[in-house]
Design a protein around this ligand. Structure first.
Ligand SMILES: C[S@@+](CC[C@H](N)C(=O)[O-])C[C@H]1O[C@@H](n2cnc3c(N)ncnc32)[C@H](O)[C@@H]1O
Length: 226
């Protein structure tokens, strides 16, 4: 099965910038009024599993790390606490970046944040030039792009190309999804990334079959862009 044979998901408002702008506008207000940092997608355990995997696998503290669709930036805040210092977060919602910058500033953390639409190749080149990252992290952003109300297949392909362009040759992509299975992710990324490691996640049993609520996978960039 090739990436183009993946069964596309139905579009949703969660695939639109308008939805995220409104959602982070509320989260900024909540943060300012009572210090609530807002939603950590797929719960904190998903975040902790990735960080533990990085620590166990000796991912160097000086690694260049980018979080794509960083939202409130809590993944980066936790990594900073663990000693990682070359941390960048990008999100196309100006409100998300404003919230994340505020949280980092309040904790005296130096984290780089940029407003960036990951589907816009020119904007990526303008903001990063030839810069590549050792660790490219995505939790929920590929999922959001996959439910873009207009032509999700094209959006997914553009996004996968951006993932590829931002990852260094020996770099890793760490992806957390609740919309796609391990095999669907591997199929979609074929030719650009190959499976490196599956991070075990809790499973449930229903009607005799076993499934996972979230899929967490580490991919390795393949050498040649097919
Ligand atoms: C499900 S949320 C996940 C947020 C964060 N990664 C987390 O785990 O809590 C998806 C994020 O992707 C961002 N996003 C969606 N499409 C994007 C795009 N084309 N470029 C940049 N960010 C995007 C949204 O603004 C939102 O912050």
């Amino acid at each position: 099965m090739s990436g183009s044979e993946i069964q596309e998901l139905d579009g949703s408002e969660l695939g639109t910038k308008d939805y995220w702008d409104k959602s982070y506008d509320t989260e900024i207000k909540n943060y300012k009024s009572h210090g609530d940092v807002g939603e950590v997608w797929f719960d904190e355990d998903s975040q902790i599993r990735v960080i533990n995997w990085m620590l166990k696998n000796d991912i160097a503290e000086e690694s260049e790390f980018i979080d794509l669709g960083s939202g409130n930036g809590m993944m980066l805040v936790e990594l900073y606490r663990e000693g990682y210092k070359n941390l960048t977060g990008v999100d196309y919602s100006e409100n998300a970046i404003e919230l994340a910058k505020q949280i980092a500033a309040d904790q005296d953390m130096e984290i780089t944040y940029k407003v960036l639409d990951l589907l816009n190749t020119d904007e990526i080149a303008q903001k990063f030039g030839d810069k590549k990252f050792d660790i490219v992290h995505d939790k929920g952003t590929y999922d959001a792009i996959s439910i873009h109300p207009e032509n999700p297949a094209e959006m997914r392909q553009k996004y996968i190309q951006s993932l590829y362009n931002l990852t260094s040759d020996s770099g890793l992509l760490i992806l957390t999804s609740c919309n796609w299975t391990e095999s669907e992710l591997c199929t979609s990324l074929t030719g650009k990334f190959e499976l490196f490691k599956i991070i075990p996640t809790p499973s449930f049993k229903f009607g005799g079959s076993v499934g996972n609520v979230v899929t967490q996978i580490v991919f390795k960039k393949v050498a040649v862009n097919n």
